[in-house]
Design a protein around this ligand. Sequence first.
Ligand code: PLP
Length: 362
Amino acid sequence: MSNKRAYNFSAGPSMLPLSVLEEAAADLTNYKGCGESVMEMSHRSGEFSAILSDAEADLREIMDIPSNYKVMFIQGGATLQFSMVPMNLMRKSKKADYIITGAWAKKAAKEAKKFGDIKITASSEEDNFSHIPEVTKDDFREDADYVHITSNNTIYGTKFPYIPDTGDIPLVSDMSSCILSEKIDVSRFGLIYAGAQKNIGPAGVTIVIAREELLGHAGENIPVYLDYKTHSDNGSTYNTPPCFAIYIAGLVFKKIKKDGGISAIEKKNRVKADKLYGFIDSSDFYKCPTRKKDRSIMNVVFVTGDGEKDKKFVSEAKALGMHNLNGHRSIGGMRASIYNAMPEEGVDTLIEFMKKFEAENK
Ligand SMILES: *Cc1c(COP(=O)(O)O)cnc(C)c1O
């Protein structure tokens, strides 16, 4: 046991800023002197209403979300969005086009097949998802109700280096592992969703940002909780929202504002990612399997080429306070998730260890 915090390279749930945890700890039993914890207070109370509306306003500000978009705080994770998206957005032709760039994209498409006619526009599965396919407007079915992408592929360590041009077809993106990591133009998307536990806050809340005109088209028999309109019409309080998770997310948004907004965070993220990829590329011991221009700045995947050495690497790193460097159970190897809350010193410490491990195990 140690009272020193680890560098936690987990893909999710992942590190939160220490200052956020400390602020929450200070207010844990008695939120700002109101006599109650955020975990105990009514979701209709003045205190919680302010927490919720501040969280939304701050998110709108840092992401520059246009006023014709609704912001919703929903439960069920990104996984429930795999179902809610087709249930709500298959409004006309009941056709949707999916680009398959990893395991999450595959799961999203598989779920959507229950609700309509799904076409796989492009896939990089044949090369083990090590690149992002190039697609143009002509690749999509003209009458598709929407196009779905996974902007950042958490397991394979790739991200879309471009936003696909879908013309008038709404573009939907799963941004669970890259939201708030770099500036994006929200107006290019019809709907964005993200589970919180990578870059936002604790698991339990999922953020959905949707163009207003896309809401209100769910079928008659859709369960009330699964209709986006339920959440947008009721300001995310149709039923009890995940209050504590929203509170922590709100503290993270405030911290991003204080740190100079998303462009400042993006700069730091690029410095961290460039350092790590730069070291991997300069070494002949470690290899990164992903195509350079498609590399994620959040999840850095690498291998030694020897499964036994990879295992040894992960366990020795853990003993030194660098946790969860194992690759996803489906692909093995190593993965360093360097989300917003991972300090640059965490990456420096990892690189120093990588050098030492290489010298000892070459
Ligand atoms: C983690 C993750 C998911 C799954 O999220 P849950 O909140 O556990 O449902 C989906 N998509 C991506 C891109 C992810 O990184």
